[in-house]
Design a protein around this ligand. Sequence first.
Ligand SMILES: Nc1ncnc2c1ncn2[C@@H]1O[C@H](COP(=O)(O)OP(=O)(O)O)[C@@H](O)[C@H]1O
Ligand SMILES: [Mg+2]
Length: 124
Amino acid sequence: MLRIEGVSKRFGGVPALSDVSFSCREGMTTALIGPNGAGKSTLINCIAGALTPDAGTIHCGERRIDGLPPHLRPSLGISRTFQNLALFPRLTVLENVLAGLTPEGEPSLVKSLLRLPATRHRER
Ligand SMILES: Nc1ncnc2c1ncn2[C@@H]1O[C@H](COP(=O)(O)OP(=O)(O)O)[C@@H](O)[C@H]1O
Ligand SMILES: [Mg+2]
């Protein structure tokens, strides 16, 4: 389901990831463990798209996703949470959950504002 091959990432002179490879099988829960500074967050950021690897490839199923803009990754089933939650204090619990709803295909402000039947159906 997720295949990481030879991924490397440097910050200036600091190598955060050096030739990382592993894969996750569908239906299994996979944990990534390591001490502080091991590169876990950097790898998660490469998978979610906040960072682009310097080398290597990331596949989601058959699709190569390194280089794909982050906002197009949720429709492939990729989403992430953060150690520090960022909630919208003025929204209700339900509205906060809806704000994180995975968009299907390219998200569109116009479609959301028009509240087309497909959008209403998804929210329901
Ligand atoms: N934005 C950044 N700029 C510079 N160095 C970074 C940045 N992000 C992470 N690093 C460095 O990369 C290494 C891996 O960090 P990180 O991925 O946060 O590790 P972990 O999440 O496993 O604690 C560390 O040496 C860290 O200092
Ligand atoms: Mg971390």
